[in-house]
Design a protein around this ligand. Structure first.
Ligand code: HEM
Ligand code: HEM
Length: 126
């Protein structure tokens, strides 16, 4: 599978869960999970779809193992962060390490993506 294909699949799953969660929040008039819903949609749907577009635009990168790894790390980090933030806002302090670890996983993974972009763009310009 290409990195972009995995990104698009995971993004659609994230937004289906995220939208359903939004509807549950709206119907229940309980918006306490709002930050978890927001970050599932923003890290899961928006960011993953953007990674997918970048990889699809650059076929050599799209078939590389490092791009595939970057997408998988992002998926795992997003799930860990979302679960942690949801637990915190449900009043469970045990969510804090999950939110913290998830944050650094996605931050580190964004640095990896940034490095891939810089490397690719420099090669393309040369
Ligand atoms: C069926 C679709 C959706 C429903 C029903 C829904 C519902 C909600 C609800 C009820 C809130 C809480 C609002 C508040 O307490 O102020 C919220 C917040 C939020 N949602 Fe959604 N949402 C949906 C889709 C999305 C999508 C696709 C995204 C991102 C691409 C998104 C991003 C956000 C953000 C960023 C916030 C926080 C806004 C703020 O800071 O006030 N939502 N959503
Ligand atoms: C390492 C990744 C990230 C961390 C640790 C993080 C952390 C946070 C925190 C602590 C808040 C305040 C939540 C509250 O008041 O309860 C927040 C709000 C927000 N963040 Fe992030 N964020 C991250 C990535 C992003 C990204 C990539 C986007 C957009 C693409 C984004 C968009 C927002 C928005 C729209 C809000 C206001 C809505 C809300 O309160 O949930 N964040 N973020």
């Amino acid at each position: 599978m290409k990195a972009s294909t995995l990104s698009f699949f995971a993004a659609v799953i994230a937004v289906l869960v995220g939208m359903s969660w939004g509807i549950v929040m709206a119907l229940s008039h309980d918006h306490s999970a709002m930050p978890a819903h927001a970050h599932l949609n923003l890290l899961g749907w928006v960011s993953l779809f953007l990674f997918g577009i970048y990889y699809r635009l650059h076929p050599p990168l799209d078939v590389s193992r490092i791009a595939m790894m970057q997408v998988w790390i992002w998926i795992v980090g997003t799930i860990v962060l979302t679960v942690g933030v949801a637990m915190i806002h449900a009043g469970n302090k045990a969510g804090e390490p999950f939110a913290g670890i998830g944050s650094f996983v996605v931050l580190g993974d964004m640095l990896l993506f940034g490095w891939l972009v810089v490397r690719y763009e420099r090669r393309a310009a040369a």
